[in-house]
Design a protein around this ligand. Structure first.
Ligand code: AGP
Length: 590
């Protein structure tokens, strides 16, 4: 969703900010803008709807001078996709510029109040009130810190913002409340962003701000305060994500690169601190009741974990959709354990589920890819996916990394230590599955014209059926449904007619024979069966052969051709798989 980037230092800010915006593109956005303060103490802003590259082409950008600046990619919530609504927003006297992520819930009330005192608003956004408020309070106080303290007392909602003021041209300020904000520490320059990826090419030393914290940055100094104005000392963290892993390398899209990275990612996910794994195992064993939560693909990983925990360790688990968590008010208690699953660690629905669970007294653990994210900080213990930044909007390597962590936990909980070592064979098995690429591309080029696809599987293959359908929908915009294979005959079979593609997930395990019968029922009604299995059958019209493997690994191996199918369907339909329409990588609004 929206992205913030800010810079203060000795270099020309606009090109650094532009580069930062390019790195934030993956989050999903519909407009972008940059604002700087020049040597004549004048604020200059260039912004528009469309892509960062379009912004980069604007001639006005060349005239944007200054060593302090802020920039933003906007994903519209309040107000349409227009250049007026794009950030940065200026105060009436053009003395303050702000960029903002999140939602100011009381903006209508604040706007009315400010208009009553003569402020003129240009945009329809909730964000603009911040610029006007800062201007008004600063005029009175002439002190940045006390201005910020006053302003944040007035704002309700979840937000992170950065601001620059003509009166303090060498300073950038920011505040965080329930939306991420990270400081990047450079040499005689400092950065502020909603995501460390924005500045990672310049520094890998970061300070993660916590909720209710303010920051004042100059080229030499970074000072962090709580909302009451107390100075806080916070340690810097060295982040391991290297610049190289943010590049597309030889791949045409990030999505394809990330699909290929899975052969390493599945092993990286197993490289956990043993103390953290022990912590998880003890917490699950000691809990009165275990709950899992997540959204989208992470929810599918949680569904699979439920089946693994139940069948390998006989531990019952409930999976609760984070976006539906409000339904469960009063259901968790002090004996409950909630494991939250999230790639970004910033999904608003997940964070609000965690908040609600904690309020009920539950202990919260998490499985997260983005280190330093809010979810990590809200959890008693986290197992990191360790798969590096995932830029493509579609979750690919983070999903299989999540599955590997759950495989490991389920085997540990079930005391099946002999099978744990088999998990290390996943890297070479995934590599074999990646060898299916040409076949999957060729098949997808033939069948992508279908209007509807169905994905079916039983037991541990059911969450993969859901995931296969989600991937196809979000990348190619083809309608797709995933379901338990045995449910077909309870309704959806009515939709099957000549040539309708049905992807049948059917490796050789306890579910094999029943799933094959379901596939035959579809075939008898004209459906086109795409079998994903290690065992061929004449029922399959198309056969995608995944390597034979220990059963616990089949979901990981199935994921690879399903992701490729979605990727090549997007390519065949001339869609950009990295940035599907209407979607954002990190969904930071509820
Ligand atoms: C997956 O391909 C989607 N982009 C989406 O469903 C995603 O999994 C969901 O928004 C949850 O995100 P998270 O894992 O970062 O919490």
């Amino acid at each position: 969703m929206c992205g913030i980037m800010g810079y203060v230092g000795g270099r020309e800010a606009s090109s650094i900010l532009l580069d930062g915006l390019r790195r934030l593109e993956y989050r999903g956005y519909d407009s972008a803008g940059i604002g700087t303060i020049d040597s004549k103490h004048k604020l200059n802003v260039v912004k528009d709807v469309g892509k960062v590259e379009q912004l980069a082409q604007k001639t006005e950008l060349g005239g944007l001078r200054g060593i302090a600046g802020i920039a933003h990619t906007r994903w519209a919530t309040h107000g349409g996709v227009t250049s007026e609504n794009a950030h940065p927003h200026l105060s009436c006297k053009q003395e303050v510029a702000i960029v903002h992520n999140g939602i100011i819930e009381n903006y209508l009330e604040l706007r009315q109040e400010l208009e009553g005192r003569g402020h003129r608003f240009i945009s329809e956004t909730d964000s603009e009130v911040i610029a006007h408020l800062i201007e008004e309070v600063y005029e009175r106080k002439k002190d940045l810190l006390s201005t910020l303290i006053d302003v944040v007392q007035r704002l309700k909602g979840a937000y992170a913002f950065a601001a620059i003021l003509v009166d303090a041209p060498n300073v950038m300020v920011g505040a965080r409340q329930d939306a991420p904000l990270v400081v990047g520490l450079g040499k005689s320059e400092n950065f502020l962003a909603s995501d460390a990826l924005a500045f990672i090419g310049n520094t890998d030393r970061v300070v993660f701000l916590d909720n209710r914290e303010l920051v004042l940055l100059t080229e030499k100094n970074v000072k962090i305060y709580d909302f009451a104005g107390n100075l806080i000392q916070k340690p810097a963290t060295q982040i391991a994500w290297e610049l190289g892993s943010v590049s597309r390398r030889e791949f045409e899209h990030y999505t394809l690169k990330e699909i290929h990275e899975q052969k390493d990612a599945v092993l990286q996910a197993l490289r956990q601190d043993p103390r953290s794994v022990d912590y998880f195992v003890d917490a699950v064993q000691g809990a009165g009741k275990v709950y899992l939560t997540g959204c989208g693909t992470s929810f599918h990983a949680a569904l699979l974990a439920k089946l693994l925990f139940t069948s390998y360790a006989k531990i019952p688990v409930e999976v609760l959709l984070s976006s539906e968590f409000e339904q469960y008010e009063g259901m968790l208690d002090e004996k409950s354990l909630l494991i939250a699953v999230s790639q970004s660690g910033e999904t608003a629905d997940v964070l609000s589920a965690v908040k609600a669970a904690k309020k009920m007294g539950a202990r919260v653990l998490s499985i997260v890819n983005a280190m330093g994210s809010t979810l990590v900080r809200e959890s008693a213990c986290t197992l990191l996916n360790n798969c590096g930044p995932e830029i493509g909007v579609a979750a690919t390597k983070s999903f299989t990394a999540q599955l590997m962590i759950f495989n490991m936990l389920a085997l540990r909980l079930g005391h099946r230590d002999d099978e744990l070592s088999e998990l290390w064979s996943t890297g070479s098995l995934v590599e074999k599955a990646l060898g299916l690429e040409d076949q999957v591309r060729e098949m997808t080029e033939r069948i992508h014209v279908a209007n509807d696809f169905y994905f079916v599987g039983r037991s541990i293959h059911h969450p993969l059926a859901l995931e296969g359908a989600l991937k196809l929908k979000e990348l190619s915009y083809i309608h797709a449904e995933g379901m338990a294979a045995g449910e077909l005959k309870h309704g959806s079979l009515a939709l099957i007619s000549e040539g309708v593609p049905v992807v049948v997930l059917n490796p050789e395990d306890a579910t094999y024979a029943d799933t094959l019968s379901n596939a035959s029922e579809v075939k008898a009604r004209g459906g086109r069966i795409i079998g994903v299995s290690n065992k061929p059958s004449k029922v399959y019209d198309e056969y995608i052969e995944i390597p034979a493997a220990p059963p616990v690994l089949y979901p990981v191996l199935e994921a690879v051709p399903l992701q490729m199918m979605a990727y090549y369907a997007a390519i065949s339909r001339q869609q950009n798989p990295d940035y599907p329409r209407n979607l954002a990588k990190s969904v930071t609004v509820k």
